[in-house]
Design a protein. Structure first.
Length: 365
């Protein structure tokens, strides 16, 4: 009887034990923009566990909703390269309308690709046939593209025309645009309580900080500059036009993470009031006869439980892993040449796969 009571108590403890925020396979994918491979990191070990090879001009990276495919925009062949996730083998190269930059995936599986040639366009790829079905004209060649958390809109940015363009994915038509005073660099999207888009945080050319775009009002409502650098870091001159080039909203919707190349750091803001919460120093390179050389922090991505943020170090052939609670660097993972675009694939147990990037997080609220 006592053993039975003990067993029942044990069962109750299991029943009410804290459930992990996310169970299943999580992988972080990094495109090496000056190499010919894509590295895949296991966040449990912070080691590279897979390489997808043979894609020389890899730019953006995203995933099919079921996690079976990896999509990569290929700058060399002007194609969307489709890979089988498990084997890493090429499935198809989908011809695009012109030279691509970044990509995103809608909830229904459609792939949107930013075309980085004038006059500018957003290509839409059908996931069933893997063919280009529409090329939507926009104002200026595109650099980055995103899908809103509710999957209703595609959001695009042009460096050349300093324009953010919003496209209705139901009608595949441009619905509005906002002109800024500087070129549009990376963006990240915040969802409101109902999952609709609330704000877009926009990084701009020649700006060590970000602008805040109110989605409903369709206008800029704030601009925030990052703190002054605590030290001087060397970097190549081409980086000066995009000093802050990586930004992401954590999946739990509590914090905003912003990278700085000249400061060689990542800054953390409270999402509610955009107050600075902390700063995380990134690794630097030390060579004889030089001052410290910046890691050249670029894109960010998160684990689904918001416990770890990953930053691509384009100047150091590595990725930084940062514990978001302690705001401490916990690992530096070696990868390929000039790593930039970075994204997280999550495949929870007993559910369909879900790509968790800085544009898709409303389902985790």
């Amino acid at each position: 009887m006592n053993s039975f009571r003990g067993l029942c108590l044990f069962c109750l403890l299991l029943l009410f034990a804290p459930v992990p925020a996310w169970a299943g396979m999580v992988r972080v994918y990094i495109t090496n923009s000056a190499g010919d491979s894509i590295d895949v990191i296991d966040p449990a070990t912070n080691k590279v566990v897979q390489q997808i090879k043979g894609v020389e001009g890899a730019h953006g990276i995203a995933f099919s909703p079921d996690g079976s495919r990896v999509y990569v925009s290929d700058e060399v062949s002007s194609t969307l390269d489709v890979f089988d996730r498990k084997s890493g083998k090429l499935v198809k190269k989908v011809p695009l309308s012109a030279h691509p930059n970044n990509i995103a995936v809608a909830r229904d599986g459609r792939i949107v690709v930013g075309i980085a040639r004038d006059p500018g366009a957003l290509d839409i790829i059908d996931p069933a046939t893997l063919t280009l079905t529409k090329s939507i004209a926009v104002n200026g060649r595109l650099h980055n593209v995103y899908v809103t958390p509710d999957s209703k809109y595609a959001v695009t940015g042009s460096i050349r025309t300093s324009t953010v363009t919003v496209i209705d994915l139901a009608t595949e038509q441009v619905v509005w645009e906002v002109k800024f005073d500087k070129g549009i660099r990376p963006m990240t999207i915040e969802a409101g309580p109902d999952g609709s888009t609330r704000r877009i945080f926009v990084q701009l050319s020649d700006t060590n900080g970000f602008a805040v775009l109110d989605f409903a009002a369709r206008k800029e409502v704030a601009r925030i500059l990052l703190p002054a650098a605590k030290a001087t870091f060397e970097t190549d001159g081409d980086r000066s036009t995009a000093p802050s080039h990586g930004i992401g909203v954590a999946p739990d919707g509590k914090t905003l993470w912003v990278t700085s190349i000249p400061n060689n750091a990542v800054y953390v803001y409270s999402l509610e009031d955009l107050k600075l919460k902390g700063e995380v120093a990134l690794p630097s390179l030390k060579l004889t006869g030089h001052g410290p050389i910046s890691a050249v922090a670029n894109w960010v991505t998160f684990t689904p439980d918001s416990r770890t943020v990953y930053v691509s170090n384009a100047g150091l052939r590595s990725v930084s892993a940062i514990d978001t609670k302690s705001m401490k660097l916990v690992a530096v993972v070696p990868v390929g040449e000039v790593p930039k675009r970075i994204n997280t694939l999550s495949m929870p147990d007993g559910h369909d796969a879900a790509a968790i990037s800085s544009e898709k997080r409303a389902s985790l609220r």
